[in-house]
Design a protein around this ligand. Structure first.
Ligand code: SF4
Length: 351
């Protein structure tokens, strides 16, 4: 496949280029690649190496993203391309996100949308690896997807520039922004090789300005990333800047990649985190990766009625009125889109 010129970069002296896609803003010399390894400078022109090359494609339930308040029950075509701008030592997709070679199968934007249509999906999710670093691929796919009535969702670490949000914003309907360890800057530096977390908060404000539906996740990691003080601060920031109805998912850690000596997060720690988020004023806190836990469900914040019952990524009981209100007290539950009845069996990987 021919190289595809990158978006969002500036030419500099001596055939160098400055990438403006993610908050690293790499200055890349001639014949070198950026930190993500997915963008290469060739004689002063920046090329994306992962355009139209998918490392994974699968039909997923939208609850897996996780999105709990956006088109519930929908199924999405999930795609990913190689590379990442983080170096998380616990990454569960490290085989594709940290590979030094940009691998992948030809799967053009039009192919993605065609496959989504054939598999009865309602949207496209750019996920598994970091979609920011395959922006050109996602952007072209998202535009075609909108033309045929599909929605688009980024599952992202949020380390985007405002220019990147400005570019994809008009085509992005929902974003799941993943934090780790309550956003602890020292954790990000030492475990994920991220020098500064501030750009993530700035990107979130930009996404909000673009009216993108936002759900936040936070990975709770025993001992090194389970501070309740940080979870309280994060929940307070979400309430103040994104709104108290923003869904906040507290995710259970599982040992993986280079971080195999840290155990799975105890459920009691997650329950404490859940209560901390609720006490900070968030209406919709959830626990993730704990199938069957009552905190997977949605409760009416006014009367505590169980309005959506879930098991893992699936909805097992829907108890809202047609116009998304609590059937007991009439409180409006913020759900964007509509309920999609699904008969699909997951997971369903194309490759
Ligand atoms: S996307 Fe980020 S990591 Fe990759 S080259 Fe651009 S600034 Fe660097």
């Amino acid at each position: 496949m021919a190289l595809h010129e990158a978006m969002l970069y500036e030419k500099q002296d001596e055939k160098k280029v400055k990438c403006k896609l993610c908050a690293r803003r790499c200055l890349i010399s001639d014949n070198a690649t950026g930190f993500c390894l997915a963008r290469k400078n060739e004689s002063g022109t920046l090329f994306t190496l992962n355009y139209g090359k998918a490392v994974s494609a699968a039909v997923d339930p939208i609850g897996k993203k996780p999105l709990s308040h956006f088109n519930p029950g929908a199924q999405v075509m999930s795609i990913a391309a190689a590379g990442c701008n983080f170096r998380c030592q616990f990454c569960d997709n490290w085989m594709v996100s940290q590979d030094h070679e940009v691998v992948g199968r030809p799967f053009s934007p039009a192919d993605v949308v065609k496959a989504a249509r054939e598999k009865n999906c309602q949207g496209i999710s750019y996920t598994y690896t970091e979609p920011t670093i395959y922006m050109e691929y996602a952007y072209d796919t998202a535009r075609i997807a909108h033309q045929v009535g599909f929605f688009n969702n980024f599952v992202t670490n949020g380390y985007m520039t405002p220019e990147a949000v400005e570019t994809i914003g008009p085509y992005l309907d929902a974003a799941t922004v993943d934090f780790k360890a309550g956003g602890d800057p020292d954790f990000y530096k030492s475990v994920s090789a991220v020098p500064n977390v501030t750009p993530i908060y700035e990107a979130l404000k930009e996404l909000k300005l673009h009216d993108v539906h936002i759900e936040i996740t936070n990975l709770v990691i025993p001992k090194i990333g389970d501070s309740m003080e940080r979870i309280k601060d994060m929940a307070t920031w979400i309430k103040n800047y994104l709104g108290k109805d923003t869904p906040f998912h507290l995710l259970r850690f599982h040992p993986d990649y280079k971080m195999t000596t840290i155990p799975t997060t105890p459920v009691e720690t997650l329950e404490k985190a859940y209560m901390t988020a609720k006490e900070a004023g968030l209406n919709y806190a959830y626990l993730g990766n704990v199938p069957g836990h009552p905190a997977e469900n949605t409760y009416c914040p006014n009367c505590n009625e169980l309005v959506i019952k879930r098991y893992s990524f699936e909805i097992t009981r829907w108890n809202l009125t047609k116009d998304m209100h609590c059937p007991i007290c009439g409180h409006a539950i913020p759900i964007k889109g509509r309920l999609h009845p699904t008969g699909a069996t997951f997971p369903y990987a194309l490759f």
